[in-house]
Write a protein that binds this ligand. Sequence first.
Ligand code: UT7
Length: 326
Amino acid sequence: MKSAKIVGLGKYLPPKILTNFDLEKIVDTSDEWITTRTGIKTRHVVEKNVSASVLAREASLVALKRAGLKPKDLDLIIVATITPDTQFPSTACYLQDYLKAKKACCFDISAACAGFVYALTCAWQFLKCGFYKNALVVGSEVLTSITDWEDRSTCVLFGDGAGAAVLVPSNRDGFLSAYLGGDGSKSELLILPGGGSRCPASLDTVKERLHYIRMKGNELFRIAVRIMVEAAQKALKRAGLGRKDIDLLVPHQANIRIITAVAKRLGLTEDKVYVNIERYGNMSSASSAVALCEAWEEGRIKKGDVVVLDAFGGGLVWGSSVIKWV
Ligand code: UT7
C-alpha cells in the first residue's frame, strides 16, 4: 500500500460549558483579558467521574459509524492523551473494552498537544507497511482534572473533549508526509511535576499543588510560533509541496494570537485556517482531533484538498501532517 487515509471522523464535547464570566467568579480575571490574550470565550468541562476513555468512546462511536466499521473488526487503537484514566492500564485498553473491540492492539501516546499528530503518524505507518488493515486514532483529554483552579494564568486556558479518526490503507493519496520533533531540554516550560516516578505522589506533593499543570506561557508562546511554522514547512517539503498548496491549515488551538502569527508567516489568508478556540479553549491532544472533525463537518475539507495539521506542546514536542483528502 502506498499510504493510509481517513475514512471517518468523530468528536465529543461534554455538555457542560464554562464561560469567561464563570471564571471571573473563581479567579481574578476578566472576559476582556481572556478574549484579547487568548481568543477563548467558552470551554467544555466534564462532570465528576467522567474520564478520558468515556469522552474517547463517544467520539470513537461517531467516527466508526461514519467509517462503516464495526468495533469488532478494529485492528489497532491508539489514544493520545496526557490525562489518562489511570497511569496504567492505558486509556486505549479501557476504550477497547467499552467498544468490545476484542481483537484490537491498544496503546496510549503521551505527546501532549502534538499527541494526535504523533498518533496519526504511527497509525499511518502501521497501515502503510501492511501490519494492520485499519486503525482508530483518538485524542482525548480531561484537562480540567489537572487544572489548578487557583492559578489564573493557566486555569482560563483549558477545556475537555475528544476527537477520533478511523484510518485504512490507501493506494493513492491520503497521508502524504509528516514531520515530528521534540526538545526535552525545555520540559520545565510546560509540565505536571507530581505523581510520576521522579516525584511520587505524597501528602507534600498534594500540598505543593504539584499535580497540576505548570506553564511558562510567555516563553512557550515565542517558541510555538517559530516551531509550528517550521514544522509545517518541513512536512510540506517532504511531500514535495509548498505553502501555496495548502487548502486548509488545522493548527493546534492554544492561543488565537499564535494561530494568527503562524498563518501570517505561512502567508495564509483567514479562509485557509481553521479556528474553533473561542468555543473550546486548549484541549491538548483533543484540539487537533476536534478541529479536524469540525472542519470536515462544516464542509471546509473537500476531496482533493491538501490539509495540514500543525501542533506544538509540552515536552517540548511538535508535529505536522500533510494529508491529501480522498
Ligand atoms: O498548548 C501547548 C502550548 N501552549 C502554548 O503555547 C501557550 C503559549 N502561551 C500563551 O498562550 C500566553 O503566553 C498566555 C495566554 C498563557 C499568557 O498570555 P501573555 O500575553 O503571554 O500574558 P503574560 O503571561 O505575559 O501575563 C501578562 C499579564 C501579567 O500581569 P503583569 O505581570 O503584566 O501585571 C499576568 O499576571 O497578565 C496577567 N495575567 C492575567 N490577568 C488576568 C495572567 N493571567 C491572567 C488572567 N487574567 N487569567
